[in-house]
Write a protein that binds this ligand. Structure first.
Ligand SMILES: *Cc1c(COP(=O)(O)O)cnc(C)c1O
Length: 406
């Protein structure tokens, strides 16, 4: 950090005119501890995770993340999507394996399945934003693996999914990109299936700009994923705690080079201590706005499942009694005029979360339950840093916009 009086641009809060909805895309500042570490890395040029014999920031992050979740193994990756890809490859699924994927997810998720030479089989998602278990059961018979995206941190019924997939000995991967801090019967989401994948992209709970993490308790999956992530030659020796068949897999698996670099780890590590606080504040913020929206019967916020303790950084609600898409768009425009951006997943052109836009998939099916939900499901960001006054401005704007379009 320079000590010549120069102030570095640390995302100081700009003066905000009163009664203006907050900028929900502005990030929290990165904790001070990151700055000293980044300066040290820049001064030494030591940016590659495998240069140092031990103690590289990426390796330290992996150990800390595994400890945070109570997982045996953690592998840092370039993104959650690359973690999902590596998970599918590490499970050694045959070419053309059929992978069940919720039809409400981010386009990068079925893309990772395609990239892994597997076939995504889209499963209906209901109005509670969770996987439709009837459709899941119907499609399970022909499946080779299950990939569950907990979209916007809404956990699908993992007890049912794990028992039904387990009965058929199918591996379950959790796409927990947006679920860091969420718990299911007290256990961290992402640790319930064979493999869990997390994201550090800027709009997730921990902001690394980009980045991902794969966690598993399975030593064989971990070994294969580490090598394929780009641990060439004997760099797997720099993954402490891995005592398994690395020597067997060395040079027998392709290297996809999806590693994380040290600067990302330096940004992410000091935020891990913030996870619990952000999860708690995010839930309180969400529940406050949900309680305000309950004033109108036209807003329906999906409740958590009984086993679930959520860690939201946004709120989703279904619009009730809006017969026409035009009314929904008028509501979104009225909210925007009040400074609140409402994303209607299924009504914004080219939305990456609307399955009909995934035209890279051959034979795109129609999924009428998911389609209907996406045309009425609204999304508003509520980052954990917002204060009560800001939350009330957002709730006021949504209620006024609804009254105006009623
Ligand atoms: C953000 C997100 C992803 C993609 O994560 P990246 O790190 O950007 O690859 C995948 N799935 C879900 C549910 C997400 O929210």
């Amino acid at each position: 950090m320079p000590d010549d009086g120069v102030t570095l641009p640390r995302a100081a809060a700009p003066a905000r005119p009163a009664l203006r909805a907050p900028d929900v895309h502005r990030a929290e500042p990165i904790p001070d501890a990151a700055w000293d570490e980044i300066e040290r890395l820049l001064a030494s040029g030591d940016l590659f995770r495998y240069t140092a014999a031990s103690g590289a920031p990426v390796a330290l992050l992996e150990a800390e993340f595994a400890g945070l979740l109570g997982s045996r193994y953690a592998l840092a990756c370039s993104s959650c999507s690359s973690a999902i890809f590596l998970a599918l490859k590490a499970l050694d699924l045959p070419r053309g394996a059929r992978v069940l994927v919720p039809a409400f997810t981010f386009a990068a998720v079925p893309s990772a399945v395609v990239h892994a030479d597997c076939v995504p089989v889209l499963v209906e998602v209901g109005e509670d934003l969770r996987i439709d278990l009837g459709d899941f059961r119907a499609k399970l018979a022909d499946a080779d693996a299950v990939l569950i995206s907990h979209m916007r941190g809404h956990t699908s019924d993992m007890d049912a999914i794990l028992s039904e997939a387990g009965a058929r000995a199918l591996p379950v991967i959790e796409d927990a990109a947006h679920s860091l801090g969420t718990r299911w019967n007290g256990r961290p989401i992402g640790t319930l299936g064979r493999v869990g994948c997390f994201s550090f992209q800027s709009y997730k709970l921990v902001n690394g700009g980009e980045g991902g993490m794969l966690v598993t308790d399975d030593p064989e999956v971990a070994a294969r994923a580490v090598i394929m992530s780009g641990a060439y030659e004997e760099n797997w020796r720099k993954h402490p705690g891995f005592q398994n068949s690395f020597t067997h897999w060395q040079n027998r698996l392709p290297l996809y080079n999806m590693r994380m670099q040290n600067l990302s780890a330096a940004v992410i590590r000091p935020q891990l201590v913030e996870v619990e606080r952000r999860a708690r504040d995010g839930l309180a913020n969400h529940d406050h706005v949900a309680a305000r929206l309950a004033a109108s019967p036209r807003f329906e916020v999906p409740p958590p499942l009984p086993a679930e303790t959520r860690a939201p950084d946004s709120i989703q609600f279904l619009l009730r009694g809006f017969a026409q898409d035009a009314q929904v768009l008028a509501f979104a425009a009225a909210a925007r005029a009040r400074g609140v951006e409402v994303q209607v997943f299924g009504l914004s052109a080219g939305n990456a979360r609307a399955f009909w836009n995934w035209q890279f998939l051959p034979d795109l099916p129609d999924l009428p339950i998911t389609r209907a939900m996406l045309r009425r499901a609204c999304d508003v960001r509520l980052p954990a840093r917002l204060v009560r006054e800001e939350l009330d401005l957002i709730a006021d704007a949504l209620l006024a916009a609804e009254a105006e379009t009623a």
